[in-house]
Design a binder for this molecule. Structure first.
Ligand SMILES: Cc1ncc(COP(=O)(O)O)c(C=O)c1O
Length: 388
């Protein structure tokens, strides 16, 4: 069958292959410690589920306005006020079908065929494909542990090309969990805007940070950047497919037309459910889950270091550890397959996240409970550490 040329450029999400293989092994009776997929192991908090049940009982089964029910846009605006002390006009808040839809629409909005968008390598594997989907060019900037695996104003200046029209970053990031400091974020924005470009900041892991200082939102620095966010991670609603974006003034009507055509609206039940996501009762559940993630991170990082994994800096957020595996292998995929098949530990090869030194890295997600992580570490000790 004749397919469009662009389909040949889409790259697969390798983690899905590992998850699939883990599911098959489990079906054969083998236990697998799952540290591959970036999905919180907690089921959605009860108040959110209760609101969904109520919405269904009340017949909330119809399309909603394209940019989301007004109550939810207002609730998200209130959340920015409460959490960041920011007054965001709800008209700038667009509810989307997961942040994935937001990322796709941002590319529709900003990129013409042949344009370039800068992004970090390693980075979130889907971003290059969103850019390719609009026949534009993902432009990769290698980043290393020394720079917290994040883009800086200097890196943007060094890698900006004639066709570059913008930059995408995520803070905290996937796969590294590293954040961009307020100062660096401001400098990054300045560099991009001086060049007439657009800055897209993926804030999907906001809320899941473990340092003393809250992570800065780009919205505290400018109202001219694009923010992508989601109910998937901190709010534990991956399967509900609900996210949002905050866009600069004056774009809501264009986006309204896009959503009317491409999605009609985001999932209705999910939107009514999400109205309870910001309630104090829900927030206290989410905060205790955040504390648990921190406890897991604080166990996992030293335990992995002790096994010989290279982790130069304790990641500040998300639920990932991006570890150097040079002490064990030059082929992270073979390493991950071996850990899975022979030792019952699933993790994600660095090659899922880019090319830059990717064969020397794997990503561990600490989404399973502490006792399971401990079991995973013991299995890896058995696999990797030779008895003296
Ligand atoms: C950095 C980042 N952005 C966006 C997404 C997409 O999430 P969703 O579409 O569930 O909101 C993910 C999912 O893993 C992610 O890690």
């Amino acid at each position: 069958m004749r397919l469009a040329d662009r389909t040949r450029n889409f790259t697969s999400f390798k983690v899905v292959d590992f998850v699939q293989a883990a599911v098959e092994l489990e079906a054969q009776g083998q236990d697998v410690v799952r540290m591959a997929i970036g999905e919180p192991g907690f089921v959605t908090a009860e108040p959110i589920v209760d609101s969904a049940i109520k919405a269904l009982a009340e017949g909330k089964t119809f399309y909603t306005p394209p940019c989301g029910i007004p109550e939810l846009r207002q609730a998200i605006a209130d959340y920015y006020k409460h959490s960041y002390d920011l007054a965001i006009d709800p008209q700038r808040i667009i509810v989307t079908t997961g942040s994935s839809a937001a990322l796709g629409m941002v590319c529709d909005l900003l990129l013409n065929p042949g344009d370039g968008f800068l992004m970090s390598d390693p980075g979130y594997p889907c971003n290059p494909n969103f850019v390719r989907r609009v026949d534009a060019e993902p432009q990769f900037v290698p980043v290393d542990a020394e720079g917290n695996y994040q883009l800086t104003a200097e890196l943007v200046a060094a890698h900006w090309r004639e066709n570059t029209v913008g930059v995408m970053v995520a803070s905290p990031s996937n796969p590294t969990g590293e954040v961009i400091s307020r100062e660096n974020l401001a400098a990054l924005y300045q560099e991009v805007s001086d060049r007439g470009g657009s800055l897209v900041v993926d804030e999907i892991y906001h809320g899941l940070t473990y340092g003393d200082e809250p992570v800065a939102s780009i919205l505290e620095i400018t109202d001219k950047a694009f923010v992508v966010n989601s109910f998937s991670k901190y709010f534990g609603m991956t399967g509900w497919r609900l996210g949002w974006m905050v866009v600069p003034d004056g774009l809501a009507e264009t986006i309204n037309v896009m959503i009317q055509n491409f999605y009609i609206s985001s999932p209705t039940v999910a939107q009514y459910a999400a109205l309870s996501a910001f309630d104090p009762a829900t927030m206290s559940i989410l905060e205790s889950r955040r504390d648990e993630f921190k406890e897991r991170r604080d166990f996992l990082v030293p335990a992995l270091r002790e096994l010989g994994f290279g982790i130069s800096h304790v990641p500040e957020g998300a639920f990932y550890v991006y570890a150097d595996v040079q002490a064990f292998t030059d082929d992270c995929e073979a390493f991950c397959w071996q850990l899975l098949h022979e030792h019952g530990v699933a993790c994600t090869p660095g090659t899922d996240f880019g090319h830059h030194r990717s064969n020397h890295h794997v990503r561990f997600a600490y989404t399973e409970p502490l006792d399971r992580l401990k079991l995973g570490v013991e299995r890896m000790r058995h696999a990797l550490v030779q008895p003296a």
